[in-house]
Design a protein around this ligand. Sequence first.
Ligand SMILES: Cc1cc2nc3c(=O)[nH]c(=O)nc-3n(C[C@H](O)[C@H](O)[C@H](O)COP(=O)(O)OP(=O)(O)OC[C@H]3O[C@@H](n4cnc5c(N)ncnc54)[C@H](O)[C@@H]3O)c2cc1C
Length: 192
Amino acid sequence: MSEFPTQAQVVIIGGGVGGNSIAYHLTKLGWKDVVVLERHELTSGSTWHSAGLVGQMRSDANLTRMMHYSTNLYRELKNETGQDTGWREVGGVRLACSAERMEETKRLVGMARSFGVPMELISPNQAKDLFPLMSLDGVIGAAYTPNDGSIDPTGLTNALSIGAKNRGAKFFTNTNVEKIKYQKVGLASVKW
Ligand SMILES: Cc1cc2nc3c(=O)[nH]c(=O)nc-3n(C[C@H](O)[C@H](O)[C@H](O)COP(=O)(O)OP(=O)(O)OC[C@H]3O[C@@H](n4cnc5c(N)ncnc54)[C@H](O)[C@@H]3O)c2cc1C
């Protein structure tokens, strides 16, 4: 483990998927002096028990852009870092059980084209062919996105941290942040 630095360009508190993703992306943007502080072990917060489902189309354009970007990243992360993320591009089915949800689904399918996401409307029976365990009760329509998938949140977090470490980020686990001291001018100083 590296020596505790007395200062850093950026200090990230928390080694869940959020903190690791910030460290990964800052170092990718060329930031060299990035420190991550985690009070227990990486991914010991809520990240490790998240379901890990990755659906790209959201009702908000920025979230959709982010999920589309994430899907492309998840496809490549193992090659870059050597860490298996458990990414499985098994496709995703979105069900509509009300007229309003159907309307929203149709709108999403239209929007998907502008993001380059191959989402298409399918019938309830086609949805059942794709996922035989589902019940057709109340289902009036569906949409299918073949390149949605699922990922292991712990593997993903570890891969992001390896990518960040490879570009110089420093990680300190079992390091609880106790205080953040704000100064009038400039950045906050953090006590750990
Ligand atoms: C693939 C994937 C799909 C997801 N899909 C969904 C979804 O569909 N819907 C949804 O709602 N959510 C989803 N989530 C989000 C998930 O449920 C969690 O909300 C998310 O993982 C939280 O990440 P985090 O880094 O913000 O927090 P955490 O994983 O909780 O990380 C915070 C870390 O900070 C550390 N910490 C706290 N205090 C201190 C301190 N004082 N000093 C040092 N360290 C400290 C904790 O120990 C912890 O490790 C998804 C997540 C993933 C990875």
